[in-house]
Design a protein around this ligand. Structure first.
Ligand code: ADP
Ligand code: MG
Length: 242
């Protein structure tokens, strides 16, 4: 569903990603871990076409996006949702309008169908009937759930999550982890989750990729990562992450 082939990226001549190759299967939950500044958010932005790689190619569902036009990208993005680190809700819109945003942008659904979809998605994230609330009235965890409802409103094949549990208390983090898993189960979405919470990573991942210094230094299932012989991986998963 998502393929990166020897992708490199630099900002103002400073290398950030160095020959990243990654194959993510349909329905998989791929978790990306690594120290702050290691290029995790950059990988997500490349996957959704917000950035173009300096070198290498990226495919989404068999379509190459690294060379795609803005028009082609817009079509591909109809199949993708993203939950940003800082929720990025539209503060002047109600919760319902926030969730409806992509539906209005990308589909020709009637107002009735939009309202029904919004209701269903809000129910899925445990915010039944909160359509008319303003984002400023919500807690961080609730905002994150609205953001998730918005990302899945258009029924995407792929959802990208950038540190979805950052700043949340452990109970809300667990709730978000469960929602990521139920989203995969119910909608069969392919998920890429950047996190620095190792407990989240271990709870939700099919596979974990650890990125360090712009390279993938380890990739594998949870038990493979736990058994990694790479001292940097061991150090990271045993607390350096905090
Ligand atoms: P992570 O998400 O792992 O913390 P990022 O992908 O956000 O890391 O950033 C990786 C590196 O690239 C950092 O050093 C960051 O400062 C730099 N960087 C990210 N985006 C930009 C940008 N738009 N312009 C310049 N430098 C950037
Ligand atoms: Mg980041």
């Amino acid at each position: 569903m998502i393929k990166l082939d020897n992708v490199s990226m630099a900002f103002r001549g400073r290398p950030v990603l160095d020959n990243i190759s990654l194959d993510i299967a349909e329905g998989e939950i791929m978790v990306i871990i690594g120290p702050s500044g290691s290029g995790k958010s950059t990988i997500l932005r490349l996957m959704i076409g917000l950035l173009k790689p300096l070198a290498g190619k990226i495919w989404i569902d068999g379509q190459e996006i690294s060379g795609a036009s803005e028009e082609e990208l817009n079509i591909i993005r109809r199949n993708m949702g993203m939950v940003f680190q800082y929720s990025a809700l539209f503060d002047s819109m109600t919760v319902g309008e926030n969730v409806a945003f992509g539906l209005r942008q990308h589909t020709a659904l009637s107002e009735e169908e939009i309202a029904r979809t919004v209701r269903r998605r809000l129910r899925m994230v445990g915010l039944n009937g909160q359509e008319s609330v303003m984002p400023s009235e919500l807690s961080g965890g609730m905002k994150k759930r609205v953001s998730l409802a918005r990302a899945i409103a258009i029924n995407p094949q792929i959802v990208l999550y950038d540190e979805p549990t950052a700043g949340l208390d452990p109970i809300m983090s667990t709730t978000i982890d469960r929602l990521i898993c139920s989203t995969r189960r119910v909608l069969n979405v392919t998920s890429v989750v950047v996190t620095h919470h190792m407990s989240s990573a271990f709870n939700i991942a099919d596979r974990i990729a650890m990125i360090y210094d712009g390279r993938i230094i380890e990739i594998g299932t949870v038990s493979e990562i736990k058994k990694s012989s790479n001292p940097i991986v061991q150090q990271f998963i045993h607390g350096w992450a905090k």
